[in-house]
Write a protein that binds this ligand. Sequence first.
Ligand code: ADP
Ligand code: MG
Length: 668
Amino acid sequence: MTDIIELTDLQRRFKHGDIDVLALRGIDLTVAQGEFVALVGPSGSGKSTLLNLLGGLDRPSSGEIWVDGVPLQEADEKARTAHRRYHVGFIFQSFNLLPRLTALENVAIPLMLAGVSRAERDARAQAMLERVGLGHRLDHYPSEMSGGEQQRTAVARALIHNPAIILADEPTGNLDSVTGDSIMSLLKQLNQEEGITLILVTHDEEVARFANRIVKLRDGQIVEIVEQERPSSSQISSPSSQPQGKGHLSFGDIVRGALLNLRRRPVRNILTAGGVLIGIVTLVAMVSFGVGVQIEVQRNFETVGLENVFVSPQFAEGDEFDPFAPPQAEQPITPAVVAQIEAIPEVTAVTPSLILPQGIDLTLTLNDEAQPIRVSEGGESRFSFGDTHETLAGSRLADGQSAGIVLVAGLAEKFLAGGETYDDLVGQSVTLTARLPRGETADFPTTIVGVRDSFGSRTIDLGLTEREAIKAWWFGQPDILQTEGYDMLMVRAVELGAVTAVIEAIEEMDLRTQSLEAILDVANQVLALLQALLGSVGALALLVAALGVANTMMMAIYERTREIGILKALGASRGEIRSMFTVESAMLGLLGGVFGLFFGFLLGRFVDWVAHRYLINEGITGIGPLSVIPWWLAVGAILFAILIGILAGIYPAARAAKLDPVKALRYE
Ligand code: ADP
Ligand code: MG
């Protein structure tokens, strides 16, 4: 018969500060496959220490320990984890079932750690529970079962992955004698029917009777070995333990486990997630205000015309001023040049303007009623900053290629016959008469297109067509646009950021530009500063939240020390324990992030509402939303929350992973 366990001069020394405890002082023992060995001895004789060494939970100080072909004295962490996972099954005195899992789930743990699919491990766990007589307790939690039932569940868990060896540490110690006997009968039956090697610690003589051999320990040494009956040779040889499933805990199971843990302590986890939540709420609300205010300010800048570039020709130096000679531009703004500027990709609109010569004398005649008038310069609304004159009738002159005139109310009044309204003037044909200082006159027929509100009683807005005609006549140049070009252009960039590019392109054409770029730069700096400020308040809040998550995870480790020990005994690796804790704290972060985003949105809405009430009270209207959550803020906030969770979990997870399973199992 092959030996499954070989111990040679095995020693285990514990150092506790200055005190040295030699728990095992040179054990020599071989155990045959399929044998049932009882380890007996007084408390403190080293029984549990020996069992932990056999199970790969602990490492010997010296000597050799071969178990199921594995030289455990030289096995590293990984090899010992594999040993626990595939070669041995543990049964403890205090059952060590995981309280939040059902009997079925507890039994399935070793298969879960081995990466066996859920359907398969459930089926196998059910079969195993039926085998130990618990077919009717599948969905019961440990707290709902008697001690005997719990230990049967533990036996099923120890057997589920077909280990070659079962290690049982006083399995009947917490049971009454009748229940204890039934557990022992079960173990004995498994030992005989399956050929599983059974190493069982007990100090109960009755229990030891079931064994083939009794090994008596005292002060870390074997003092006596009592042979009872050799295992019958008819025994089936032990099933060779082999890896099943994927060989590691699946990510889905890690996530499921984390969710279970989160549900187990709802109040604490909600409070912890609440910490993240407050951080995210602050961050989202603050940044959303930064974004909202920026959009609003930008919008206001746009109505002011910050993205407008004014283009004029450059004039040669030293020209004598002559009102009757057109100024000599180096590069006149001809319609061809306008077309060229319109073709610049960052340009959305080009509005040309013509300025009438100084000192021109104009008269407007309607139905024999003649009135002296003056022409508003740049009468098109967008040329003046914030022209808010109300349109009283008809329409206003459109930007660019327009024809017709708009009268101010005071002038329109003079042309109204009794009972007529402004609307009656719209569409009427009128004549503009221009007079040169030396007396020549010319008539220009045009049409009234609208009436607007303004001061004065002489002003008209004049269309580009009429301006061109008057200028051509004044200078005696019919093709004045082709030769002299426009006086000025207003070029609108697609957005504030494109203004510089537009300016550069136009200046390449030897034209002069003017814009409010300097103001724009300052404004953008102020806004960036504002956002940085708001963002850092949010980040600070998140840091506090991270400390909260870290704190909860640390508490969870203390609380779950024993559970971690059990999982390790059942074959969970350090990496898997670390993943479990990391995923759990990432989920806390995610939870806080999602709710934080939601409440941050609500808070933004609320503060926005209050701010609008205030602004309306102050007489400021037309302000858009101040709290805006763009997609990148929403996505960023949630990712950030998860990151906070992971960062906060790094240290606790590493600590949990490093826990010594032997100490963890002793922990109460
Ligand atoms: P038994 O299971 O036979 O009651 P143990 O194997 O638990 O005994 O302990 C044997 C001796 O080793 C005892 O003196 C105990 O105090 C000591 N011991 C066991 N584990 C540790 C440990 N982790 N640290 C220090 N001493 C230990
Ligand atoms: Mg013990």
